[in-house]
Design a protein around this ligand. Structure first.
Ligand SMILES: [Zn+2]
Ligand SMILES: [Zn+2]
Length: 329
């Protein structure tokens, strides 16, 4: 048996329950979960903004754990190996997206903690092909946020191209990792937070941002690109006004409120708006290589598994600096 925090219906709290350990199917590994970070998407799945989750559901898609059993034909990892499990849990492998290096767009894709059970539990069975090795230099809790905040942040930064100056709207878990990568790459980060959130602005500056201010204000200079991690659609025209001609606004979230109408003038001169959806395994391999080449200092606030509801409400209420992580041991 194992303990798990289960979502029975949307708009309710998770409840703690005892379940049989999941079966380790063909091509799968059974992982003893050591840490699982809490992502904003978990909140959006629980409250129905990201629709149609499998129910009942075990949330969690930033999982670090130890392989304890391997299924038939699973050969990538030996028992005892530490692995990371991200959002992308399965793809069809034969559609036009899968065959062109864009498995993140696979229409049949399945996602951990959404359409598959995730890591808010003591054990998780998962397809070994979608797991990553984790650099040894990170503890379980510090590695967990790399699996979504880090990965989606990295994909968003790649979409920003070779921008030298990058604005980041919403300074949570993804931003605090992207800020360090961008600095390491010699870029300048401008951090935008909720108006009046001095704590988040100080946090951004402490991680190497060259400027931090309110999302309603304009930066001191025009930026080459902007990444929006916050879920407020109003930020899109704000960000378009902040970037140079030819610049890009990257929307990094899975859910965003409606974008208000805006004058064509702020898009004209070849500015681009794009979104980031999910991740590919190649993103994961590239990102883990990057994470092993220099130390990303993830800032984590840990909670026991049984306090998953508290971790989620702290994240919802802006009480988490960096990332909230469920630590199982
Ligand atoms: Zn996530
Ligand atoms: Zn596919």
């Amino acid at each position: 048996m194992m303990k798990a925090m289960v979502l029975e219906a949307v708009k309710t709290r998770l409840h703690e329950t005892s379940l049989p350990r999941p079966e380790c199917g063909e091509g799968q590994i059974l992982v003893q979960v050591c840490a699982c970070a809490v992502c904003r998407t978990d909140l959006q799945v629980a409250d129905g903004e990201v629709p149609n989750p499998k129910l009942p559901l075990i949330l969690g898609h930033e999982v670090v754990g130890k392989v304890v059993e391997i299924g038939k034909n699973a050969e990538r990892f030996k028992p005892g190996t530490r692995v990371g499990i991200p959002w992308l849990g399965w793809t069809c492998g034969v559609c036009r997206y899968c065959k062109s290096g864009r498995e993140n767009l696979c229409e049949k894709a399945k996602f951990n903690g959404y359409t598959l059970n995730g890591g808010y539990a003591e054990y998780m069975a998962t397809d070994e092909r979608f797991c990553f090795s984790i650099p040894d230099s990170y503890s379980d809790a510090h590695a967990a946020p790399l699996l979504c905040a880090g990965l989606i942040g990295y994909r968003s930064l790649v979409k920003a191209g070779d921008a030298e100056s990058v604005g980041i709207y919403g300074f949570g878990a993804a931003a605090h990792i992207v800020c360090q990568i961008a600095k390491h790459q010699g870029r300048k980060i401008f951090a935008f937070t909720r108006p009046g959130d001095d704590k988040a602005q100080k946090f951004a500056l402490s991680l190497g941002a060259v400027w931090a201010g309110d999302s309603k204000t304009q930066p001191p200079e025009h930026l080459d690109a902007a990444i929006i991690f916050a879920s407020s659609g109003e930020l899109v025209p704000q960000a378009l006004r902040a970037i140079v001609p030819g610049g890009t606004v990257v929307c990094g979230g899975i859910h965003m409120s409606d974008i208000p109408s805006f004058p064509y003038d702020i898009l004209w001169r070849e500015r681009t708006i794009c979104s980031v959806a999910n991740l590919t395994r190649q993103d994961g391999e590239e990102f883990m290589k990057l994470a092993s080449s220099f130390p990303i200092q993830t800032v984590v606030q840990t909670y026991p598994l049984s306090k998953a509801n508290e971790a989620m409400s702290d994240l919802q209420n802006g009480k988490v600096q960096g990332a909230a992580v469920l630590a199982m041991s």
